[in-house]
Design a protein around this ligand. Structure first.
Ligand code: 13P
Length: 249
């Protein structure tokens, strides 16, 4: 069985004060004995504050991005080791906003994946198709290529040890979710691509997950949790989504 996980991607939102308040609320209200692992992804500059606010809780910390390079003259970049030093256990790799807005290629994503694992960070590899690609019936092909590029560089076993998040680009931040059947179809294909070792790989769904649609998604056999954007900025809503995952267990 794959380990369930509920992840909150805060994107470029909030202030030091609001990030600390959100993390403190989660730390106070998240039951430490609950089975799903909870992890939050604040902006880089709030990682240290959030780490302090989470201390004593079971909630893990993650970063939204990392450099593919270990160190050197890379102005503005943040390395995997720097994130480890700040107490991060997870990192998002290849989020669609990084791919689309910052032109990250499959190859760059694969390099970042390797850099993350090399420092002991758990990568959450994000994959997903655009609306146009879905309309052209290329969804499974696009997702398979995004994963294959990482397999090629990191190896199948290492990809299977990571977390993979399927986030259809057309469902992100739009209030429009993939139907549970659409999501399950892609998750099943990812699981098949990963082979035997992928049976225990945690596969998340992301794209307008809310408390009201979470249960129908999480009940799908190949969906092991969620990567939540907008709804993770409201502590109670995020806790309610996490609760739906506990109830599927
Ligand atoms: P929304 O939940 O806001 O659609 O964002 C999803 C996402 O991109 C999480 O990484």
């Amino acid at each position: 069985m794959a380990k369930p996980l509920i992840a909150g991607n805060w994107k470029m939102h909030g202030s030091a004060a609001s990030a600390t308040a959100l993390a403190s609320h989660l730390a106070q209200h998240w039951n430490a004995s609950a089975t799903p692992q909870m992890v939050v992804f604040p902006p880089f500059v709030h990682l240290a504050d959030v780490k302090r606010a989470l201390s004593g809780s079971d909630i893990a910390l993650g970063a939204q991005n990392l450099s593919q390079y270990a160190n050197g003259a890379y102005t503005g970049e943040v390395s995997a080791q720097m994130l480890r030093d700040l107490g991060c256990d997870y990192v998002l790799v290849g989020h669609s906003e990084r791919r689309a807005v910052f032109a990250e290629s499959n190859e760059t994503v694969a390099e970042k994946f390797v850099a993350a694992q090399g420092c002991g960070l758990m990568p959450i590899l994000c994959v997903g198709e655009t609306l146009q690609q879905r309309q052209q019936q290329k969804t499974l092909q696009v997702v398979a290529q995004q994963i294959a590029a990482v397999v090629e560089r990191a190896g199948q076993e290492n990809v299977c040890r990571a977390v993979i998040a399927y986030e259809p680009v057309w469902a992100i931040g739009k209030g429009e979710t993939a139907s549970p059947e659409q999501a399950q179809q892609v998750h099943r294909a990812i699981r098949a691509q990963l082979g035997d070792a992928g049976k225990t790989t945690t596969l998340l769904y992301g794209g307008s997950v809310k408390a009201e649609n979470a249960a129908d998604l999480f009940i799908q056999p190949d969906i092991d949790g969620g990567l939540v954007g907008g709804a993770s900025l409201e502590a109670q809503e995020f806790l309610n989504i996490a609760q739906q995952l506990i109830e599927q267990d």
